[in-house]
Design a protein around this ligand. Structure first.
Ligand code: CA
Length: 229
C-alpha cells in the first residue's frame, strides 16, 4: 500500500487527513513543520507528499524545492484561499497539483489516486526497453545487447547511455548529464562526462561499427543511432 506523508502545521487538518487516508488503507505519517517533514521524508521514503505551503521553520515552497533535487514523487500542495502567487510558485518548484483550503476530503482522495497512478505510469515508461537497429537496452534487468550479444556496461555507463537515449535527437549539455546521471551533489568537473562517453564509444560504436553518441561542439552530446558502412 502506498505511503503518504503529510506536512501541515494545522494539527487538526493534519490529523483529520491522516485518519481519512488510513481509513482508505494508506500508510500515513504526519509532520507539523518543514524541518521535521524533510527529516521524515528522508527516513521514511513516502510515495506521495501532501504539503501545506504556509509552514513554520522551513516554508512549504522551500521544502518542495529541496525535495525536487532528490525525488520525483507526486507532491500535492495545500494552499490558503486566493493565495495565487504561492500556488504559482509551488507549481514552479515542482509540485504536481494543489488543493485550496478548505477542501472536500473526497476531492483530495481522488487527486491522490490520480497522482499515484500517473506516477506509476511514468515509472513504467522509464523502465521500458529501448531498441534501435540491433542495439537494445533493458532498464529492468540492466542489460544492453547488440544483435543479442551482451555488452558489459558499468552502472554509470548504463545510466549515461540510458539518459541520452531517452532524450534521443536532443542535444544534452555536460552539466545536465552530470546532474541527472551522477546526481545533484556531484562536485567534480564535467570532464568525467567526456571520459564515460569515450568508454561507451569503445564498448559500442567501435566494435559494432555504429555511431550512437555524437558530440555537439560547445554544447554536449546527442544520441542518434547510425550504422557505419
Ligand atoms: Ca499552515
Amino acid at each position: 500500500m502506498s505511503k503518504i506523508l503529510i506536512i501541515e502545521d494545522e494539527t487538526k487538518i493534519a490529523r483529520f487527513v491522516e485518519l481519512e487516508l488510513k481509513h482508505e488503507g494508506y500508510e500515513v505519517q504526519a509532520a507539523f513543520d518543514g524541518r521535521a517533514g524533510l527529516a521524515l521524508f528522508e527516513s521514511w521514503q513516502p510515495d506521495l507528499l501532501i504539503l501545506d505551503l504556509m509552514l513554520p521553520e522551513i516554508s512549504g515552497i522551500e521544502v518542495c524545492r529541496r525535495l525536487r533535487q532528490q525525488s520525483d514523487i507526486p507532491i500535492i500542495m495545500l494552499t490558503a484561499k486566493d493565495d495565487v502567487s504561492d500556488k504559482v510558485m509551488g507549481l514552479d518548484m515542482g509540485a504536481d497539483d494543489y488543493m485550496t483550503k478548505p477542501f472536500a476530503i473526497e476531492e483530495l482522495l481522488a487527486r491522490i489516486r490520480v497522482s499515484l497512478k500517473k506516477h506509476r505510469l511514468d515509472r513504467n515508461e522509464a523502465d521500458s526497453a529501448l531498441a534501435v537497429g540491433k542495439l537494445r537496452m533493458e532498464p529492468a534487468s540492466y542489460t544492453t545487447t547488440f544483435d543479442g550479444k551482451p555488452i558489459a556496461l558499468t552502472k554509470k555507463e548504463f545510466d549515461l547511455l540510458h539518459y541520452l537515449w531517452q532524450h534521443e535527437h536532443t542535444a544534452i549539455s555536460r552539466d545536465e548529464l552530470l546532474l541527472n546521471v551522477w546526481g545533484y551533489d556531484f562536485a567534480g568537473d564535467t570532464n568525467i562526462v567526456d571520459v564515460y562517453i569515450r568508454y561507451l564509444r569503445q564498448k559500442i560504436d567501435d566494435p559494432y561499427h555504429v555511431k550512437t553518441i555524437h558530440t555537439i561542439r560547445a554544447v554536449g552530446y546527442i544520441f542518434r543511432y547510425e550504422e557505419q558502412l
